[in-house]
Design a protein. Structure first.
Length: 200
C-alpha cells in the first residue's frame, strides 16, 4: 500500500524528500513490489524520532492492508484488543516488511528503556488511529486511485502533491497532519506508553 505510506510520510515532509511511489507490478508474470521511495540527508544525525517516523511509514502498508481486508468498521470496533493479538494484521506477503518495522522500533525501545513489544504496538495503534481519523482514509483512497490511473508504473510525489493541493479538502487535510504530529511529538516515554495504557 504505497498510498498509505505516502499519506503517513506527509507527516514528516520536513525530514524526508518524497520522490516517487508505485503499485505492485505483475506484468510479464514477474511480480515487482511497489512502494514509496524517499530519501533523507545522510549528513543529518539519526535520532529516536527519525526511527519512529520510519517505523510509522513502514507499518502503514500493513495497517492499510488490514483495513482493506477487514474493513474500517471492524478495525475501529476491535482496536482495543489488537495489542493482545496480531490476528487482524494482514501479514500475508509482508513478513519481511514486518521484520523491518520491528528493527526500526529497536533504537526507540533502547533509548526509552521500554519493552520492544510496547514500542511496536504503540506505533501500530498510532498508525491505525491516524487512518481512522475522519478524512484521512479518503485521502489514502484518493492517492491509491491516482496511482492506479497513472500512465506510468511510477508516480512522482511532487506531481501528486501538486494535484492534491488543488483539491478542496487539502487545507483540512493539512490541519489533520498537524494535529497528528502534535499528538505524538516530541516523542517521550509517556506518549509511547499512553498508546498502551492496559499494557503499561
Amino acid at each position: 500500500m504505497a498510498a498509505a505510506q505516502f499519506v503517513m510520510a506527509l507527516n514528516f515532509a520536513t525530514e524526508f524528500e518524497l520522490l516517487s511511489l508505485s503499485a505492485m507490478n505483475a506484468q510479464g508474470g514477474n511480480a515487482k513490489k511497489g512502494g514509496l521511495v524517499f530519501v533523507r540527508n545522510g549528513k543529518l544525525k539519526m535520532h529516536q524520532e527519525i526511527y519512529d517516523h520510519l517505523s510509522l511509514v513502514s507499518i502503514s502498508s500493513i495497517c492499510a492492508g488490514s483495513i482493506y481486508l477487514h474493513g474500517l468498521d471492524k478495525i475501529v470496533a476491535e482496536i482495543l484488543n489488537l495489542p493482545y493479538s496480531d490476528e487482524l494484521l494482514d501479514l500475508a506477503g509482508a513478513e519481511d516488511d514486518y521484520m523491518a518495522f520491528k528493527r526500526l522500533c529497536s533504537p526507540v525501545s533502547r533509548f526509552f528503556l521500554l519493552q520492544a513489544k510496547k514500542v511496536q504496538w504503540s506505533a501500530i495503534l498510532s498508525t491505525f488511529r491516524f487512518f481512522m481519523t475522519d478524512g484521512i482514509w479518503d485521502v489514502v483512497n484518493y492517492v491509491a486511485k491516482a496511482l492506479n490511473q497513472a500512465d506510468a508504473d511510477v508516480l512522482s510525489c511532487t506531481q501528486l502533491l501538486e494535484n492534491m493541493q488543488s483539491q478542496e479538502w487539502y487545507p483540512g487535510f493539512c490541519d489533520l497532519l498537524k494535529t497528528f504530529h502534535a499528538s505524538r511529538y516530541p516523542l517521550s516515554k509517556t506518549i509511547l506508553e499512553s498508546e498502551l495504557p492496559e499494557m503499561a
